[in-house]
Each structure stands twice: as C-alpha cells, then as structure tokens.
Design a protein around this ligand. Structure first.
Ligand code: C2E
Ligand code: MG
Ligand code: MG
Ligand code: MG
Length: 294
C-alpha cells in the first residue's frame, strides 16, 4: 500500500452504508463522463484590495453544468472526486483553464495600460500526493505564458495530513507562486504550521466574517488573526463579505483584501475584464439580488 492510497483511505470514511457507496460510484461515473463531455466551467470572483482601492485578483471556482440535473455545486461532487484519482483530472482542468484565462486578461490589461491581476486556484489536499505537481504547474504556466506571480494557490488545513506537503509547497514557492491558506479558523490544527510552511496569505473563513457585525468577540478573534499574520509577514483576506457593515468592520480591523457577494458573485470569464477594471466605491457597493445565483 502506497502513501497515496493510505492517505486517501485516511481521508475517506472507512465504512458507510451500501446506498451511499452506490451513490458515490454513480457520481464517480458521472464525473468521469462530465470531464470528457465538457460539462465543467469556471467562474471567477473578484478580490478587492483595501489599501490600493481596486481589484487585484480573482478566485476561480468550478461549476458543473449537468445537462439534466442543472448546476451541481462543488460541495456535492468534490468529495467523491477526492476519493478517486478524478480529482487530479479536475485540478488539471482548473489549472489549465484558469491560467489560460489569466494570461488573456493580462494581455488585455497590458494593452490598456492597466495592472495585470492574479488568478487564485483551489487545490485539493490530494494534490499534495502528486510527486510531479510543481513540474505540472510549471508546464501549465509555460504553456500559457503566465508569469508565476499571477498564480495563487489556495489550500486548506487538510493538506497537513500529507507527509510531502512541506516539500511540495517549497517547490511551488521556488516557481514564484503565492500560497494561501483557505478557510482559516475552521480547522483544529496547531498554528505552528503557519511558521513551518511557506504560506503568504491567510483567508479567514466566511463563518467568522458572518459574525463580525453582531459579535464583538469575533472581532477580537479577527484582530488577533490579523496581528498574527502581520507578525509572520502574511496578508489577510476576509472571504464572504455580504454587507456594508461587515466591510466597514473588515476595513476598520485591518484586513488587506476582501471578497464576497457585496462586491460580486462569481462570474463567467467573459465578464471579468470589465468587472475587475470597474471602480468600486465600497461605501456604495451593493449586494447583488439574491435570485442571481451562479
Ligand atoms: P472556497 O475556496 O472557500 O470558496 C469560497 C466559496 O464561498 C465559493 O463557493 C463562493 O462562491 C462562496 N462565496 C463567495 N463569496 C460569498 C459570500 O459573500 N457569501 C456566501 N454565502 N458565499 C460566498 P463555491 O463556489 O460553492 O465553492 C465551495 C468550495 O468548493 C470552495 O470553497 C472550495 O473549497 C471548493 N472548490 C470550488 N472550486 C474548486 C476547484 O476548482 N478546485 C477545488 N479543489 N476545490 C474547489
Ligand atoms: Mg478558496
Ligand atoms: Mg474559503
Ligand atoms: Mg472552502
């Protein structure tokens, strides 16, 4: 048994009811079909810099447009994909699409005399078991002629379960890629990994941001996280900003970057250059209508 199989086994529930097992098998089959039938799309959500008062990047988020079942959110299929090697095909698809788009947007920005903006891609913890990960990503960057500074990778604390993670992250840093720790504040790990691994950005989880308004202790917690990230020379992103009140507090307590429905929902790539170039008056930013799901 290899370390990859072992870690996949550790991440997967060991015993589950036969109906769940059948469901997972069926889903696996459908994901495989979806990959070869072009059913996956990426949408992008802009990331706003408080200090420079403009959008500085976008996060790529996968969407499955199933011809019969409609839009299936990532939370409903990524788990099963992660139990199989399909996750690697998904990651390759996402990296390729996102880097290609980012490179096109960079060319447009440079032609218009605007600063280029980065694309952030979510990796799965399972990607840590690919020995050729950094080399694969380097090839994608070369293929699309995208400078590594314009690629950010988002990882959750689940990567800590993989022995090779330190090595992988150092390889990725050597390429010049920015590394973010996603959903920070939801895990149960010791914080020492922040010092041991070369992360550049902490993304504070939406659940904490949602409490910023009503809850003074959440504000203290967020201030503490910002102080911690500052002392480690990392930047902070507040994810899931939905209201002006949350934005005002995020601004007050010193977040560097903010992202959420208040600014924009994730959007198809064709809308991104105009969206990122648009100026925002944060005091007047408005949440988009609730019916407008993507
Ligand atoms: P995440 O990386 O933490 O992404 C943020 C999620 O929050 C996205 O959900 C986004 O649409 C949503 N969001 C953004 N702003 C707001 C807001 O103001 N309010 C609320 N309520 N939600 C907001 P989404 O797209 O459904 O993705 C869910 C998770 O699925 C992601 O969490 C990530 O863990 C995973 N995921 C998505 N795309 C990919 C991918 O390409 N690869 C991998 N490995 N995972 C992905
Ligand atoms: Mg993310
Ligand atoms: Mg997150
Ligand atoms: Mg998440």
């Amino acid at each position: 048994i290899g370390i990859g199989q072992l870690s996949a086994w550790l991440l997967a529930p060991s015993i589950r009811p036969i109906t769940e097992e059948l469901h997972a098998l069926q889903l696996e089959h459908r994901i495989r079909h979806a990959l070869t039938h072009d059913e996956f799309r990426l949408v992008y959500q802009p990331i706003y810099s408080i200090s420079s008062s403009r959008y500085v990047g976008v996060e790529a988020l996968i969407r499955w447009e199933h011809p019969v079942h409609g839009n299936i959110p990532p939370d409903q299929f990524m788990g099963v994909a992660e139990e199989t090697d399909l996750i690697h095909e998904i990651t390759d698809f996402v990296l390729d699409q996102a880097c290609r788009a980012a490179s096109e947007w960079r060319n447009v920005a440079l032609a218009q005399g605007r600063p280029p903006f980065h694309v952030a891609v979510n990796l799965s913890a399972r990607d840590m078991e690919r020995p050729e990960l950094a080399r694969t990503i380097e090839t994608v960057l070369e293929r699309h002629q995208l400078p590594a500074e314009l690629l950010h990778l988002e990882l959750t604390e689940s990567v800590l379960a993989f022995e090779g993670t330190g090595f992988q992250l150092r390889q990725l840093k050597k390429l010049g890629i920015t590394l973010s720790i996603d959903d920070f504040g939801t895990g149960y790990s010791s914080l020492s990994y922040l010092d041991r691994f070369p992360f550049d950005i902490i993304k504070i989880d939406r659940s904490l941001i949602a409490n910023l308004g009503p809850n003074a202790s959440s504000q203290s917690l967020a201030r503490g996280m910002i102080a911690l990230s500052g002392s480690l020379e990392m930047l902070t992103i507040a994810e899931g900003i939905e209201t002006r009140e949350q934005l005002a507090i995020a601004h007050d307590i010193g977040f560097d970057l903010v992202q959420g429905f208040l600014f924009s929902r994730p959007r198809p790539p064709a809308e991104i250059p105009a969206l990122v170039a648009s100026s925002v008056d944060p005091s007047r930013a408005q949440a988009e209508s609730a019916g407008d799901r993507s």
